[in-house]
Write a protein that binds this ligand. Sequence first.
Ligand code: SF4
Ligand code: SF4
Length: 383
Amino acid sequence: MEEAFAYFNLCTSCNTCYITCPIYKVKKLQSFAPRSRITIAGLIAQNRIDINSSKRLVESIFSCVLCDMCHNVCPSGVDIPKTVKATRKYLVNQKLSPSGVNSIIESIKKYKNIFSLDNEDRLDWTEEVENIIKDKINKKTEIAFYVGCQQSFKGSLYMMPESMVKILDKARIDFTLLGGEEWCCGNPAFLVGDRSDEIKEIAKHNVEKMENLGVKKVIMTCPGCYKAWKFIYPELLGIKKLPFEIVHSTEFIFDLIKTNKIEIAQKYENILGYQDPCDLARISGIFEEPRDIIKSIPQVKIVELEDNRQKATCCGGGGLCKASYEPIASEIASNKIDEFVNAGVETLLTACPACYDNFASSMNDRKDIQLKDIHELIVKLLK
Ligand code: SF4
Ligand code: SF4
């Protein structure tokens, strides 16, 4: 909490961050503004507030989607998301965190996945691609596909890994999957500032499994997993860099297109719009590869929102907000869908399981727009 106090002192109360916050836009209450989260943290650090007595303050801290937008605009360099994570850690330790968050973190530690399911069932999504993956589990080879919890266990997201392995197969790329030996990346724990030995062990396990298979490159379709492995694991494990490369699937797929290993041959008539996932775009700096893939579709029509790339706003599905405050996440998604429709978009493309999932639950049988995962669309248009 000391860091939080330092940021509390750094804030000049200029209010530049207010209008950027997706939670503040929905809640319209001062306690949900980014600056207020710094104030809450600072007051806790100074022992000047009894957080026990205010559900709203706990909601303010745990509803933050950790989109990094406020940090991006703050003229004083106040790292609000970092402070939110430190405050969450304090609230978890004080047993004041929402139950939805607690059960996810406990599940990661006990079951190695976020759903308290048997980790051996991680390959349930492979039914339709059994012929492709049958000899790939724990195979010694240079390319690995790390699937992630959401896509391994949530039926509505199976099309993402299914499409990814179909693309790898089409490009004749040999690859390996860890199956039941794949453990959660730990990202939800990092979102509450948990870098405990138990979480370190999980990261260590994942890295060692890849090393033992002689892997040189790990592909991930989930931006949260990508961020965890690429930026948090080296720091967490006290190493300069991982012994293999981490790439997002959109980087990998665009490379396959550039090197003529796959070809998008078919047209897609609808006007496309792309949602920049916060963890992939503003936080990890991958803006162009997903767009380059989309632009490889013959005669494609693509529309950008006014706020795109670095300035793109969150879908509402990040930062564990949805785990406890689903109506907030849904309202943000619903407003964002309207924004795409008003810009003339007919098909909204995502490159993140959390974005897809949050948009999907807010579509409500809408007829004016379709939702598609980028991998799912591309695999259908391949030669
Ligand atoms: S990280 Fe995003 S949601 Fe959290 S306070 Fe900043 S702008 Fe708001
Ligand atoms: S933009 Fe930065 S300095 Fe200004 S109110 Fe927000 S946190 Fe404080």
